[in-house]
Design a protein around this ligand. Structure first.
Ligand SMILES: [Zn+2]
Length: 287
């Protein structure tokens, strides 16, 4: 493993861990500044704090993917207004976590929120223990596929199976050959939320389904915009992690020993989210 890759993995781990920590530590403070990047034509993405937000501009309104934390709402809207005067009409949620859906409560009065049926259930049943009490679920849900047609453009959401959670949608912009993966790709190493229905076994199959789509550009759940090769590399690293962990578990290694290998070889943060949320579930799933 190259030094650059190790640094990138470490940075990615901090980034994913950081977005979770942000919610509990930053209440009452000023929300952090966000950055807007152009992806293609009428498609932008907003990075900083929480999950990446996609902004798709049409002549009949704006379609967002994810809306970060509740306190990011004003900063998200300022970025949207810097590139269009159109109102936000739809928000696709990639999954239920509050760093992707926290803004729902602010968007619901004027926009339609759409998620998988499972993502809605996960919010209604409070499957994320550190989520705010006012986290608001989508009013419109789907099981396999759902499209919004607006201003002559289409945004298509697809459910390919379990991975980060049991309700992760891939959001596809067919005309721009671009996808938003939610946290099916986030940072450098996967966070499997077993309490939210996640599965390390299913994750690679789920990404293999998404890889059948015709696309060249990838907006991940967290981290910089990448391409299809970047997603394939991420998928292959999950397979490597899964096979390594499966081997150790079937040799009879303890949870602590498996955790040490994940930290040393896959860039997991000691005492980070993966140790707390993923490791116990992995020990059970990969037996
Ligand atoms: Zn997530």
């Amino acid at each position: 493993m190259t030094r650059t890759l190790l640094v990138r993995i470490a940075a990615g781990t901090l980034l994913v861990a950081g977005c979770w920590i942000a919610y509990t530590q930053n209440q009452g403070k000023t929300p952090p500044a966000l950055t807007l990047n152009k992806v293609k034509d009428d498609l932008y993405e907003i990075e900083g704090d929480g999950g990446n937000v996609a902004v798709y501009i049409t002549s009949e309104g704006v379609i967002l993917v994810d809306d970060k934390f509740e306190w990011d709402f004003d900063n998200i809207m300022a970025k949207v207004k810097s590139v269009t005067s159109q109102p936000v009409k739809y928000v696709f949620s990639t999954h239920h976590h509050s760093d992707h859906t926290g803004g729902n409560v602010k968007f619901l009065p004027t926009a339609e929120i759409i998620s998988t049926a499972n993502a809605r259930v996960n919010i209604v049943e409070h499957k994320q223990p550190n989520a705010p009490a006012n986290l608001a679920p989508a009013r419109v849900v789907f099981n396999e596929e759902c499209s919004v047609f607006l201003g002559g453009k289409e945004v298509r959401a697809r459910y390919f199976g379990r991975g980060h959670t049991n309700g992760d949608a891939i959001i596809y912009f067919p005309a721009l050959r671009t996808i938003h993966t939610g946290d099916l790709m986030a940072g450098a190493t996967p966070l499997i939320d077993y309490a939210g229905g996640g599965s390390l076994k299913a994750w690679t199959q789920t990404l293999d389904g998404a890889l059948q789509l015709d696309f060249d550009t990838v907006i991940p759940g967290h981290g910089p915009v990448t391409n299809k090769a970047g997603l394939i590399a991420y998928r292959n690293n999950i397979e490597k992690l899964r096979d390594r962990a499966t081997g150790l578990i079937r040799e009879g290694r303890s949870q602590e020993e498996v955790g040490k290998v994940m930290i040393a070889e896959f860039g997991w943060a000691p005492n980070g989210m993966q140790i707390a949320w993923s490791l116990p579930g992995m020990m059970a799933e990969l037996k």
